[in-house]
Design a protein around this ligand. Sequence first.
Ligand code: NAD
Ligand code: UGA
Length: 461
Amino acid sequence: MTTIKKITCIGAGYVGGPTMSVIAQKNPNVEITVVDLNQQRIAAWNDENLENLPVYEPGLDAVVGEARGRNLFFSTDVDKAIDEADMIFISVNTPTKTYGKGKGQAADLKFIELCARQIAAVAKSDKIVVEKSTLPVRTAEALKSILDHTGNGVNFHILSNPEFLAEGTAVTDLHNPDRVLIGGEDAEAIEALVQVYEAWVPRERILTTNLWSSELSKLVANAFLAQRVSSINAISELCEVTGANVDEVAHAIGKDSRIGSKFLKASVGFGGSCFQKDILNLVYIARSYHLNEVADYWEQVILLNDHQKTRFAERIIKTMYNTVNGKQIAFLGWAFKKDTNDTRESAAIYVADHLLDEEANIIVYDPKVSAEQIYRDLDYLGTRSPEDNRRLVTVVNTAEEAVNNAHAVAVLTEWDEFKHYDWAKIKENMKRPAFLFDGRKLLDGAELEKLGFSYYAIGEG
Ligand code: NAD
Ligand code: UGA
C-alpha cells in the first residue's frame, strides 16, 4: 500500500492554489509544494498579507493561513519539487489553441507536455502523476508515452482527477464536494489518491472509473452545465417577446425534481475560463471522430451564448434611440461572476466591445477587478488600439463615480452589493431618462420603475 508523504502541484493558478491549500489543510501530515514558473504569482501566494493572495476566493485566506509554512509551500523551484514528490498533480492551463491545426477549438496541450517532459527528465524515483487540468479524452495515453520513453527507467502511474470547483465558491466546493472523481488503471495508485481525499470526503462520494471515463466526464459536466445556461437564456429571449418572466419560468420548471432548480438563472451570457473552451474542445473531439451531428449539437450552446451577449448590447443601443455615441454608460461589474476577480471570457468584455464600436463612453466599476486587468481584456481582443480603449473606457473605484451623470447603467455581474445601493439617489444624479439594463436580472425591477428608472432586464417582457 502506497502512502503519500509528499505532493507537488505544478501550476499555482485558480485550481492548483485553492485545491492544494485545502488538501494541505486536511492532511497535515502530507507535505505539499505548489510550484509555478510565474514568480510574481508565487510571491503573491507567499505574501504575509493574506489579502494579497493572487486568487480572490471567500474563505481562502483562512485556509492558506492555517496550512502555509506548516505543510503547504509555494515555490518556483519546479525541479526540486518534482524530484522530492511521491505524487505530482499537473494543474497548468489548457487554453484553446490560437494557432495551427484545431485553432480556435482544440485544447492547447503544450503546457501539459512541457510538464510531462520535465517530470520525465527530473524524476529518479517512482511517481504517481495526476491530471488535475481539464484535458481531452485520451490525453493520459500521450502523457504515459512521453513519461515512459524519456524517463530514467522509473515507474509512472497516471491518474485522472478532474476538478469540479466553481470560482467564487471554491473553498466550500472543495470542503464539501458533490463527488471526487478518480480515473486510473493501477488499483494501488488509485487507492493512494483516495486516501488523500478520504481525510475529509466521505468514501461514497469518491468515484473511481477508468481513465477515459474520468477525462471525458469533466468535459461533459461542463458542457451540461453550460447547456443549461444557454437553454434558459434561449427562453429568456422568448419571455421578452411574450410577456413571460424568465425567473418565474425557471422556478416553475425547476420544481420538477427531474429538472432541478440549479443553474437556471438567465444572464447576459456565461463566461469564465472553462465553459467555452471545454465545449469547443468537445466539439473538436466529436468532429475528429466524424461525429458531425454530435459536434453541431454542442456547438449550438456556444452560438446561443454569443447571441445572448450581442443581443444585450444591441438592446442597450436600440433603447437609447439607436445611438450611444458619446453617451456615458456605467458598467457595474466586470468579473465573469460574483465573488471572483477572474475576468476570463466575461460577458462584460464582449458587451463593452460592441458598445465601444458605437463610440460609447464606458465607466467601469467592479469591486475586485483592477483597471489594468480591464484594459488588458479589451486590448487582448485587438478590436481597436490601446489608446482608443483608454480614450473610451474609464475605470473607477466606486460605483458612485461610475453612475454620476451617466445616461445608462448596465449590470454585468451579480455582485451582492449592487442590490443594496441607494438607487433613488443614483437616479437623481443620472441623465434623464435614467436607463437601467439589468443583465443579471438582479435588481427589483418594479421598485426601480417606481423610482422612475427606464428598467430593462434579461428575460422580462
Ligand atoms: P491558471 O492559468 O490560473 O493557472 C495555471 C498556472 O500554471 C499558471 O500560473 C501558469 O504560470 C502555470 N504553468 C503553466 N505551465 C507551467 C509549467 N510548465 N511549469 C510550471 N507552471 C506552469 O489556470 P486555472 O484556472 O488554474 O486552470 C488550470 C486547469 O484547471 C485548466 O485545465 C482548467 O480547465 C482546469 N479547471 C479550471 C477551473 C477554474 O475554476 N478555473 C475549474 C476546474 C478545472
Ligand atoms: C464552472 C463549473 O461550475 C465548475 O464545476 C467547473 O469546475 C468549472 O467551470 C471549470 O471547469 O472551470 P465556473 O466557471 O467557475 O465553474 O463558475 P459557474 O458558477 O459555473 O459559472 C459559469 C458562468 O455561467 C458564469 O458566467 C455565471 O454567471 C454563468 N451562470 C451560471 C449563469 O449565467 N446562470 C446560471 O444559472 C449559472
